[in-house]
Design a protein around this ligand. Sequence first.
Ligand SMILES: C[S@@+](CC[C@H](N)C(=O)[O-])C[C@H]1O[C@@H](n2cnc3c(N)ncnc32)[C@H](O)[C@@H]1O
Length: 192
Amino acid sequence: MNQPFVLALLRNPRQIGAVVPSGQSLARAMALAAKPSGKRILEIGPGTGAITKALLAEGASREKLCLLERDDRLAAYLTGKFPGIRVINGDARSTADLIQPESGSYFDVVISSLPLLNVKEADKIIILEQIFSLLNQQGVLVQYTYSAKAPISSSLANRFGVKGERTAMVFRNLPPASVWKYSYPSNYNFHN
Ligand SMILES: C[S@@+](CC[C@H](N)C(=O)[O-])C[C@H]1O[C@@H](n2cnc3c(N)ncnc32)[C@H](O)[C@@H]1O
């Protein structure tokens, strides 16, 4: 039993949005989609760190990785578990303020375990605005879902000028999940 996860789930089931932490296969599929080596990465909703661990195994560097977790006890747990990685305890709705990027220091990858299907539409828009304001032009958002549908509707993706593609289906996860990647088309007119 993953005790920190179970305790967080009992404290706030809707926020956690899953009954078990991401399994190794899903965590690896997420990390492979991120191609993390050398990239500046923001992980949102890392929970107990299954995906963080997979990112490190796939070559992410601790100095370039930043974790944003709303649950204060999980955030403290992650700080102890991953020395050298910046952990921010806060809400994804305030991502940009919490991160405070210097001008020009955008992320190459945002990788999210947020339970987007449980998030109210208005909050989802705020969170996505924050995420896409921090991604550079070649950047990608990686997100998994347990739904057969995309985690971000095509109308919402259009609103942010990104295109989504499913990069993996992970049947060896409970429940089975799919990994989606969102990026700007190469001809996108990107304004900073
Ligand atoms: C499905 S769980 C993550 C599972 C994680 N991949 C693992 O293996 O433990 C979703 C996580 O997102 C966090 N979360 C939910 N809403 C959030 C928000 N608005 N801002 C930041 N983190 C949030 C939850 O506290 C939880 O840790």
